[in-house]
Design a protein around this ligand. Structure first.
Ligand code: FMN
Length: 290
């Protein structure tokens, strides 16, 4: 598959085929599903989401129906011809292998491994190069579709983790998942989220995502899929200049599904005005020029 275009990021707007279809009809080139595990999972106690500093803080806790129950939704996406990437997770290598085996029958464009949710027990995988390597390798050994590793900015050295994923055979890395954070209710004097801490997304994390994409892009040979705070075409251009071949959009879809069309139009006008013939001409240009 070609790593290009503007995709819906994992976890936003639920897990039903009908909403994913609406998002594709509104201009998303690919939709990434909510992360799916082997067993159904209830997630964290509420409140699971709050607004913060122009972004969102969430601790949903990987709520999902389990791969078996999700198959029907994916079969609908397939029937409707909607390009989808299936995001999966597992608390152990055995677990993620079992999900990947099931995923094979669903024929996704690619599997995105969520190794990095900051408020679930899997959060530690993408902090550790060896674990990252072993998870990616285990899935690569089972499937014949492309495999992406989704990384966390909470790791002390995201480049080491990206290199481990590349060494294990990842076809691309996705950067970044949410940034660990929290809020406190000053009237009740207790943490706002049921899980106490959560993951920050949206515009406040854009500079962090950009830095991660820039560093990864300089160090790796596989494509980088940029995600984190992209809301305008200017953000998208910056993300490409940092090194992203494709871009995922999450929190910004809550402001309106026209975000994909707005970004595409803006980027294409920018390319035309600046004399570039395609996005690939500007991927990583900011560090290639140094
Ligand atoms: C409510 C919510 C749920 C999310 N669920 C998932 C998930 O299931 N799997 C995953 O890999 N990322 C999940 N994410 C992270 C997003 O895919 C994305 O990496 C992050 O929000 C940064 O992008 P954004 O600033 O464009 O939202 C979730 C984010 C939000 C806000």
């Amino acid at each position: 598959m070609k790593i290009e275009g503007y995709w819906l990021a994992s976890g936003l707007l639920g897990v039903t085929a009908s909403i994913l279809r609406r998002i594709a009809e509104n201009g998303a080139d690919v939709v990434v599903t909510k992360s799916i595990g082997f067993h159904p999972r209830k997630g964290h106690p509420g409140p699971i989401i709050t607004v913060s500093h122009g972004g969102l803080l969430n601790a949903v806790g990987l709520t999902n129906p389990g791969i078996e129950a999700f198959k029907d939704e994916l079969a609908l996406l397939k029937e409707w011809g909607i390009p989808f990437v299936l995001s999966i997770f597992g608390s152990t290598i055995d677990d993620i292998e079992r999900v990947a085996e099931h995923a094979l029958t669903l024929d996704p464009l690619a599997l995105e491994l969520n190794l990095s949710c900051p408020h679930a027990e899997i959060s530690q995988i993408a902090h550790n190069p060896n674990l990252t390597h072993d998870y990616v390798r285990a899935v690569k050994d089972i499937v014949d579709c492309p495999v992406f590793a989704k990384l966390t900015p909470n790791a002390s050295d995201i480049v080491q983790i990206g290199m481990a994923a590349e060494k294990a055979g990842a076809d691309a890395v996705v950067a970044i998942n949410t940034v660990r954070g929290m809020r406190i209710d000053i009237d009740q004097r207790v943490p706002v989220l049921g899980n106490i801490t959560g993951g920050l997304s949206g515009p406040p994390i854009f500079p962090i995502a950009l830095r991660c994409v820039f560093d990864l892009s300089r160090a790796l040979s596989i494509p980088i899929i940029g995600v984190g705070g992209v809301a305008t075409w200017q953000d998208a251009v910056e993300m490409h200049l940092a090194g992203a071949s494709a871009i995922q959009i999450g929190t910004a879809v809550l402001e309106g599904l026209d975000v994909f069309k707005r970004i595409k139009m803006g980027v294409s006008e920018y390319l035309q005005q600046e004399g570039f013939s395609s996005v690939s001409d500007i991927v990583g240009l900011s560090w290639r020029n140094l």
